[in-house]
Design a protein around this ligand. Structure first.
Ligand SMILES: [Mg+2]
Length: 213
């Protein structure tokens, strides 16, 4: 198994969620967001350093709007440079530190509740690499456990046919700029919104907020 990964913790390390900017209990909605071409500008030869992080216009407020509408945010990003040996997961964690600080400095509600990546190259055939839905499956279970105060063991996180009794995901969404994102959304059973890679999340945010109230 090639599982999804978190920046500096094990996948099953208890997740500390920040309070939602709304009153009342979380209703189970997750916005699964691809990273490049959705929140930051993507490049053909990857985003390789924190200095290459270029937040797309309107993305911080759009993420804040999603959380103000009751969505938890789960980043699901393929990062094959790790598996190809181009750079390390430590470097990726620094890139994500920069991303988080840049967006929350614009909108204090723009918090990434969980950041997952798939470090594998295509030839690893990982269930966690989009178009497969493994990152979304793990994200759901990790956020739900954190909301319920349940501590997960590594083997508690289930994938594919091994995951029985799945919760309904009808009110969750997945946003991406490529086919692989839409395929992962379909496999996981959430509505996919495809944005233009130069515009990112702001391209589809009004459609999401209108249709998901
Ligand atoms: Mg992308």
């Amino acid at each position: 198994m090639f599982p999804p990964m978190r920046d500096r913790e094990s996948l099953h390390t208890p997740l500390k969620l920040q309070p939602m900017p709304i009153n009342g209990e979380w209703q189970g909605k997750i916005a699964y967001l691809d990273r490049d071409g959705v929140i930051i500008r993507g490049f053909e030869d990857y985003v390789n350093t924190p200095d290459e992080v270029e937040v797309l216009d309107g993305a911080p407020k759009a993420i804040g709007d999603l959380r103000r509408q009751g969505f938890r945010i789960c980043i699901v990003t393929n990062q094959s440079p790790v598996g190809r040996g181009i750079w390390s997961r430590d470097n990726l964690a620094l890139i994500h530190d920069r991303l988080r600080s840049e967006i929350s400095s614009v909108d204090s509600d723009a918090i990434l509740d969980l950041t997952l990546h798939s470090p594998y190259a295509p030839w690893h055939n990982s269930w966690a690499r989009k178009p497969n839905p493994g990152m979304l499956e793990a994200g759901r279970q990790i956020i739900e456990a954190a909301e319920s105060g349940i501590e997960l063991a590594e083997s508690d996180i289930k994938y594919g046919e091994d995951w029985k009794n799945r919760p309904r995901e009808a009110s969750s969404v997945m946003v991406g700029d490529r086919n692989v994102d839409m395929e992962a959304a379909k496999s996981h059973g959430v509505r996919g919104f495809r944005c233009h890679p130069d515009k990112g999340l702001i391209d589809v945010i009004s459609e999401i907020l209108v249709s998901r109230k």
